[in-house]
Design a protein around this ligand. Structure first.
Ligand SMILES: NC(=O)N[C@@H](CC(=O)O)C(=O)O
Ligand SMILES: [Zn+2]
Ligand SMILES: [Zn+2]
Length: 427
């Protein structure tokens, strides 16, 4: 016997919401129609809500192993499904770094045990993410990594990056880059090098510290033919470089975070609360406009949260001392739906595609599609319910968000991974 998600809606090709029911059997989508015969299946009333393919987030920090006080694989994977995400790719800046077969296996085992979201570990590009020596890409691939990245730090050496791209290309692995040239940053800088940092008399993180790596790496990707993906793009110059790279036929893609789409440095409160500190920093109003334009014209391929939990103690240490990063899994969809779709910047269909089929396409994943035969990774979303973001209700251990108190619509109410219900909102 299967499960029917009954009395729901789906988005058709024309972008309209139409009545839909989905039958799930043996972990897969068996049928989709406006009404399905109940036939003794378990029947769940979706109450007219949207049934979507589950969201995919290719940029998540789960902190385990090594920083379990910030997040564990279990709490992070729980936060994911609460946010409607069914597949998450986790970053290697753990302790130990995900640079060995053992650590990849450890993460896959823990994720299996947690039984929430699918967790796909990244492998580090360099040993201990120190930028000195490449990891064993072939062994990491064999162990099941999603792609290669040193996220948390930029690969400083151009020669190291070129060699990494050559080897990744041979193995069919993607190179995913945190773009940051350390030489261009004054140590201790916390904010974008713009009007707000200047007003507070603080050193700033300049846009070119990001875009210089984006430009360099697009040239190297052109030479090597690798699939190159830019993490958390934030500067207008970086968007321009990706647009030019795509036009020139380079296999380059990029992601943007909800916070860079919705906030800019001028929104940072005068008390400089460190829940507004992340890397890359919130940039200028014009940068934010360029990110939205890039999303609309297809230069920016996908949205990823860069979920980066830290403890309250660390975040109340002052803006200069606090670590970079904010949580994002449990607020991404309501924020994007409320502030990009209901405001008319994107259609609902576009937003859903940016979170489902697009990441699946660029990374060759078999998920992200609401179609018969696909794995039953599904999200049911209440587009009407209006609620206030309250970090006190998060499943994540991290409460570090600048969005506390924001009122949003579009809350996930049920999430299914591989045909199993892994999250259901209390009635
Ligand atoms: N984005 C952040 O501000 N922080 C990330 C690292 C990263 O994504 O570069 C973290 O690990 O905390
Ligand atoms: Zn990063
Ligand atoms: Zn990150």
């Amino acid at each position: 016997m299967g499960i029917i998600l009954g009395n729901g809606k789906r988005i058709n090709e024309a972008g309209e919401l139409i009545p839909a029911e989905v039958l799930i059997e043996d972990g897969r989508i068996k049928a989709i129609d406006k009404q399905l015969a109940r036939d003794g299946h378990e029947w769940i009333d979706c109450k007219g809500r949207l049934i979507s393919a589950g969201f995919i987030d290719v940029h998540v920090h789960l902190r385990e192993p090594g920083f379990e006080h910030k997040e564990t694989i279990a709490t992070g994977a729980h936060a994911a499904v609460k946010g409607g995400f069914t597949t998450i790719a986790c970053m290697p800046n753990t302790r130990p770094v995900i640079d060995s077969v053992e650590t990849v296996r450890y993460i896959l085992d823990k994720a299996q045990e947690a039984g929430k979201a699918r967790v796909l570990p990244y492998g580090a590009i360099t040993v201990r993410q120190l930028g000195k020596e490449l990891t064993d890409f072939a062994a990491l691939k064999e162990a099941g990594i999603f792609a290669l990245t040193d996220d948390g730090v930029g690969v400083q050496s151009s020669a190291m990056m070129k060699e990494a791209m050559k080897r990744a290309k041979e193995l069919g692995l993607s190179i995913v880059a945190h773009c940051e040239d350390d030489d261009l940053i004054t140590p201790g800088s916390a904010l974008h090098d713009g009007v707000v940092a200047a007003r507070h008399g603080l050193p700033g993180i300049p846009s070119e510290s990001e875009s210089i790596h984006v430009g360099r790496d697009i040239l190297l990707a052109e030479q090597t033919g690798v699939h190159y993906h830019v993490c958390h793009i934030s500067a207008k110059e970086s968007v321009r470089l990706v647009r030019d790279g795509k036009r020139a036929g380079v296999n380059v893609t990029c992601e943007v975070t909800p916070h860079h789409l919705l906030l800019c440095d001028e929104d940072i409160p005068d008390d400089l609360n460190a829940n507004w500190k992340m890397n890359p920093p919130l940039r200028s109003r014009e940068d934010r406009a360029a990110l939205i334009a890039g999303l609309k014209d297809g230069t920016i391929d996908i949205i990823a949260t860069d979920h980066a939990p830290h403890t309250t103690e660390e975040k109340t240490n002052g803006i200069e001392r606090a670590p970079f990063g904010i949580v994002g899994l449990e607020t991404a969809f309501p924020l994007l739906y409320t502030h990009l779709v209901l405001t008319g910047e994107l259609t609902l269909k576009q937003l859903i595609e940016l979170l489902t089929v697009k990441p699946a396409e660029i990374f060759g994943l078999p998920y992200g599609r609401l179609e018969v035969g696909a794995p039953a990774d599904l999200s049911v979303l209440d587009l009407e319910a209006e609620r206030t973001i309250d970090p006190g209700t998060f499943a994540s251990k991290g409460t570090n968000t600048p969005f506390a108190g924001w009122v949003c619509k579009g809350w996930p109410t049920l999430t299914m991974v591989n045909g199993a219900i892994v999250y259901r909102e209390a009635e």
